[in-house]
Design a binder for this molecule. Structure first.
Ligand code: BGP
Length: 477
C-alpha cells in the first residue's frame, strides 16, 4: 500500500536561517538578527542583560545577516529542489520584510514582491509552497516597543500581517502554518527566540511566559480564521516541537512525570486542535498564581480558530526521570535523561526512528486530525573530500530509518499523514547555535561558522538518494 499517491515529499527552511539580506529592500531587524552570534553562541541563552546590550548596540558577526544568501540564490536553490522532485517546499515569510517595524502604516512592497517571486519560482516546477507565518523572527521593533508577545498589542498587528500575506498570496500558497514551534517559549525557556520577549529568569516568571503563550494562541486562531476567509481552499496548520517522551523506568513517579512532560509539549496543540484550554492547564495556572489577561472574545476566537492539521518537528526522543541524579542529555534546547538504548548525534540528540512511529500514533489518537512532519533531519559536520564529494551516508541512514517508521505508521497503523519536509534541505544556520557547521542539507553550502566561504552549492551523496525516494514515493529507500 505504501504512502498515498499525493504524499507531499519535500524540504524545509526558515527565512532567518537562510535568506540573509537582513536589511535589504526595506526589511527591518528581526529578533533573529541579534541572536545568532555564530560559533555556537546564542546571546539570549546566556542572559537577558547581554541581550539588552546587544539590542541597543548590535555589533560584531551575526550569522543570520548573510546566512546562505537565499535571498539572491533562491532561483538556483529551488531548481535544485525541483531536480530532487520536491512536491512541497516549506519556508517562512519574514514578518519584518513585510512590516519592517511590525506596526508600519503600510506594508513594504519590495518585501511582498520578493515572496511573490519566490512562490512563483516554486510553482514553476509544480512545487507547493508551505508558508510559516512566524518562525522565530518577529520584528525587533516590537520587542523594543511592547516586549514582544507579552503584550496583547501584537495580536491585532499579527492579524494585519497575516491578512496582508493571505490576501497577497491567495492564489499561490494553499498550505500555511501559524507559529513555528509555538511551544518553544515555555518548553525551551526561550522567550526571546519563541516570543520576541525579554523575560529575566523565565522559570521564575511564568506569568509573563504564559501570557505570551496565550497571546500567540489567540493570534494563531485569528490567523486560521483570516486564512479561511481570504485563501480559497486554504489548509492551515499549527506547528509544535514534538518529541517522544519515555518514562525512564516503570516507577510510577517516572510514568507520571512522563505525562507531565508530554503536557508541556502538547498543551499548545491541545488548544489549537480542540479550541479551549485543557483543565490541567487551568489548574496549573491556579497552582502557580498565574492570571492570564484574556480579552472578551478570546474564548470564541480559540473555539472558532482550530487548525485543519497538526504539524510538528521531530528529531529525537527524551526520557523523564524523577531521579535528578541521572545524567542529562543535550536535547533540542530541551534537556532530558540519557536513554541507554539509543545512539546520539554529534550534538547529543538521541536518535530514535521507532519513537517517530509511536509519536505519530500518539498524536493521531490525541487529535484525530491529519498530521504533517515539517521538520526531521540530522545535524552533522559534513566533510568535503579532495574530489569534492560529500559522503553523508550517516544522514541517509538517519532519514531512511525515520521514513520507514513513517511508512509503518501510515501503512500498518492507519495514521493520516499528509507530508514530510526534511529540515534544512539545504545547509543553513542552526537555530539553537547559529552555526553553519551543524549541517542538515542534501545540498552543501560553502560557508563556515565565521561567515567565510564562496556560498557555492554542491550536491551531497544524499541528494540523489532522496531524489530516488521521492520518485518511488517512498518505496526505494
Ligand atoms: C527547530 C527549529 C528549526 C531548526 C531545527 C534544528 O527547533 O524549528 O528552526 O533550527 O530546530 O535545530 P538546530 O538548527 O538548532 O540544529
Amino acid at each position: 500500500m505504501g504512502f498515498p499517491e499525493n504524499f507531499l515529499w519535500g524540504g524545509a527552511v526558515a527565512a532567518n536561517q537562510c535568506e540573509g539580506a537582513y536589511l535589504a529592500d526595506g526589511k527591518g531587524l528581526s529578533c533573529a538578527d541579534v541572536l545568532h552570534g555564530g560559533k555556537g553562541k546564542m546571546v539570549e541563552m546566556a542572559d537577558s542583560q547581554a541581550l539588552r546590550r546587544t539590542i541597543e548596540k548590535p555589533e560584531g558577526f551575526f550569522s543570520s545577516h548573510e546566512a546562505i544568501d537565499f535571498y539572491h540564490h533562491y532561483k538556483e536553490d529551488i531548481a535544485l529542489f525541483a531536480e530532487m522532485g520536491f512536491k512541497v517546499f516549506r519556508t517562512s515569510i519574514a514578518w519584518s520584510r513585510i512590516f519592517p517595524n511590525g506596526d508600519d502604516a503600510q506594508p513594504n512592497e519590495a518585501g511582498l514582491a520578493f515572496y511573490d517571486s519566490l512562490f512563483d519560482e516554486c510553482r514553476k516546477y509544480g512545487i507547493e509552497p508551505l508558508a510559516t507565518l512566524s518562525h522565530y523572527e518577529s520584528p525587533l521593533a516590537l520587542t523594543t516597543k511592547y516586549n514582544g508577545w507579552t503584550s496583547r498589542e501584537l495580536i491585532p498587528l499579527f492579524d494585519r500581517y497575516a491578512r496582508t500575506v493571505f490576501a497577497r498570496y491567495r492564489d499561490k500558497v494553499k498550505y500555511w502554518l501559524t507559529f513555528n514551534e509555538i511551544n518553544a517559549t515555555t518548553l525551551f525557556g526561550a522567550p526571546f527566540l519563541g516570543a520576541g520577549a525579554i523575560i529575566d529568569n523565565p522559570a521564575d516568571n511564568l506569568q509573563a511566559m504564559y501570557q505570551a503563550a496565550h497571546n500567540q494562541l489567540v493570534a494563531s486562531a485569528l490567523a486560521v480564521k483570516a486564512g479561511r476567509e481570504l485563501v480559497p481552499g486554504a489548509k492551515i496548520g499549527n506547528m509544535i516541537a514534538a518529541m517522544m517522551i519515555y518514562p525512564y523506568s516503570c516507577r510510577p513517579e517516572d510514568v507520571w512525570l512522563k505525562t507531565a512532560r508530554e503536557r508541556e509539549t502538547c498543551f499548545y496543540s491541545d488548544v489549537q486542535a480542540r479550541g479551549y484550554y485543557p483543565a490541567y492547564m487551568e489548574r496549573f495556572f491556579k497552582k502557580n498564581g498565574i492570571e492570564i489577561e484574556r480579552g472578551p472574545e478570546d474564548e470564541k476566537i480559540l473555539r472558532e480558530g482550530t487548525v485543519d492539521f497538526i504539524s510538528f518537528s521531530y528529531y529525537m526522543s527524551m526520557t523523564a526521570s524523577s531521579d535528578s541524579e541521572l545524567t542529562k542529555t543535550a536535547g533540542n534546547l530541551f534537556g532530558g535523561v540519557k536513554n541507554p538504548y539509543l545512539e546520539s548525534s554529534e550534538w547529543g540528540w538521541q536518535i530514535d526512528p521507532l519513537g517517530l512511529r509511536t509519536l505519530l500514533n500518539n498524536l493521531y489518537d490525541r487529535y484525530q486530525k491529519p498530521l504533517f512532519i515539517v521538520e526531521n533531519g540530522l545535524g552533522a559536520k559534513d566533510v568535503v573530500e579532495a574530489d569534492g564529494s560529500i559522503n553523508d551516508g550517516y544522514r541517509i541512514d538517519y532519514l531512511r530509518e525515520h521514513i520507514k517508521a513513517m511508512k509503518a505508521a501510515v501503512e500498518e497503523d492507519g495514521v493520516e499523514l499528509w507530508g514530510y519536509t526534511t529540515w534544512g534541505c539545504i545547509d543553513i544556520i542552526s537555530a539553537s547555535t547559529g552555526e553553519m557547521s551543524k549541517r542538515y542539507g542534501f545540498i552543501y553550502v560553502d560557508k563556515d561558522d565565521e561567515g567565510k566561504g564562496t556560498l557555492a552549492r554542491s550536491r551531497k551523496k544524499s541528494f540523489s538518494w532522496y531524489k530516488d525516494v521521492i520518485a518511488s514515493n517512498g518505496e526505494k529507500l
